[in-house]
Ligand binder design. Structure first.
Ligand SMILES: [Zn+2]
Length: 480
């Protein structure tokens, strides 16, 4: 609707005589045209004010619209605002009055103005805005320079920006805007918002959703380096000992740090530990102490004898046998008690070797310090031959002082004189055991079990140097 021009206190009179009903040109007295605006349109009321001071009372009143003016000549449109085009006499009043049409236009202009502007701040004075449906909870946001209503969302919805990032919108939390990209931090610290956390899922297989199920308790996730992983379906740690005494461990085969002697181990990682040696032991046992040897090492009835630098067991003798020494090593051995044992092998007079069937006599050559009779065997027939001087190898004895622990004094003991001699001997290599039933060797596995294979002794034996005490002999002159 066209906006009307308004101006206060504008009036004149009809100069036409008369202004006919059809005339669209209104003349006012000379010079009075300038009373009227020079912009258009504006509304004019024409009535006979001489008779009707109030135009509302004049039945001939007419409202016209002036659309142009040239000096005192106005171009008008007749019969406006439900009035009729009437003939007006010269001298009737022409005035710019506020008409219903003007007000309607003003109102309509407010409604229809597509870009109304305020001269100052808008003060709703406690009232609200009503833009479309003004339901409680609606929000307003700026859109293209104007306020636009955003209808309220549903319960639990969140306000977010639309896909193009141009306007806010309500969305379901579990809606299409989830999931978020894994470059987006999900949570931040309660006191330090720079502390954030996000989930990384780029390592997943395409079209795969991995589910992380949270246990029904508070947990703290551990770093990979702190986690013990196992691939077996069964839990290898189930029932295992955590600490303290337990009966779960039956064998230790993977130790790289040896158990110390104090812990019951050997303290060494190689085979240098010789279980046959008694570490930390002095040359002898203390008074009242007992040297115990397990049954498997020494049979019942066996005796211990010195064997070079070692001691060894002499197997039990046969019933009726007696202990004696034999050979140059003076190793104790068993001999029949009923037999006469001597080390001489040749007759000292004829130098022939004794043989079965020989008849021998014992030629007494002296007594020893304990009263034993010292004899030399020879053929009976040789004994009856004339005496002659013979040289016989005899053991050399010497006196040695020893401490008598019962009296605390020294006493002299006559002992056989010996000399040290290094000899080569054979022994089983570590890890082998002699099989007395087969005469061969059995290999002992690391776990202590025995290999069933029988090994030739040439494989299982090794030599070693040993020092023995060899009896010293000297040629002694006898007259036999
Ligand atoms: Zn003889």
């Amino acid at each position: 609707m066209t906006k009307f021009v308004v101006k206060n206190n504008v009036e004149s009179t009809v100069a036409d005589d008369p202004l006919t009903q059809s005339s669209t040109t209104l003349h006012v007295p000379t010079g009075e045209g300038s009373n009227f605006p020079s912009t258009f349109p504006f509304m004019l009321t024409i009535w006979n004010s001489n008779i009707y001071p109030d135009p509302g009372n004049d039945p001939g009143m007419e409202i016209v619209k002036c659309t142009n003016r040239s000096n005192d000549t106005l171009t008008i449109v007749r019969a406006q605002e439900n009035t009729s085009n009437m003939e007006h006499l010269q001298g009737e009043r022409v005035a710019m009055l506020i008409t219903a049409g003007v007000i309607d236009v003003l109102i309509s202009e407010v409604v229809d103005d597509t870009s109304p502007q305020l001269g100052g701040d808008l003060d709703p004075n406690g009232h609200g805005f009503a833009i479309g449906s003004d339901a409680d909870g609606d929000m307003y946001y700026r859109a293209s320079g104007a306020l636009t209503r955003l209808a309220k969302g549903s319960a639990s919805q969140v306000l977010t920006m639309n896909g193009s990032g141009t306007a806010p919108e309500w969305t379901d939390v579990s809606g299409s805007d989830l999931p978020v990209v894994d470059t987006t931090s999900i949570v931040s610290g309660s006191s330090d918002s720079t502390k954030q956390m996000r989930f990384e899922v780029d390592g997943l297989t395409t079209n795969t959703t991995r589910v992380m199920t949270v246990p029904d308790k508070d947990i703290t996730l551990a770093d990979n380096a702190d986690v013990i992983t196992h691939t077996s379906a069964a839990n290898p740690h189930s029932g295992s000992a955590a600490s303290g005494a337990n009966s779960d461990i039956t064998s230790l085969s993977g130790l790289t740090t040896p158990l110390s002697v104090a812990q019951g181990g050997t303290g060494v990682t190689d085979d240098s530990y010789d279980a046959d040696k008694v570490d930390g032991c002095d040359a002898g046992l203390g008074n009242g102490n007992v040297l115990k040897i397990d049954n498997y090492m020494i049979a019942t009835g066996a005796i211990i004898s010195g064997l070079g630098t070692q001691i060894g067991a002499i197997d039990p003798g046969i019933d009726g046998y007696q202990l004696t020494t034999h050979g140059s090593s003076s190793i104790v051995t068993w001999a029949p008690a009923s037999d006469l044992i001597f080390s001489d092998t040749h007759c000292p007079k004829c130098n022939k070797k004794f043989k079965i069937g020989d008849i021998l006599i014992l030629y007494v050559v002296g007594y020893n310090e304990v009263g034993d009779i010292l004899t030399i065997p020879m053929h009976k027939e040789c004994a009856e031959t004339p005496k002659k001087i013979v040289m016989i190898k005899r053991k050399v004895f010497e006196n040695r002082y020893i401490l008598d622990e019962l009296t605390g004094k020294t006493k002299i003991q006559r002992v056989q004189k010996t000399q040290k001699k290094t000899i080569t001997k054979y022994k089983l290599k570590d890890g082998y055991e002699f099989d007395h039933k087969t005469g061969k060797a059995i290999k002992i596995n690391k776990d202590g079990s025995k290999d069933k294979t029988q090994y030739d002794l040439s494989i299982a034996l090794e030599t070693f140097e040993d020092t023995i005490k060899e009896p010293i002999y000297k040629d002694v002159e006898f007259i036999l």
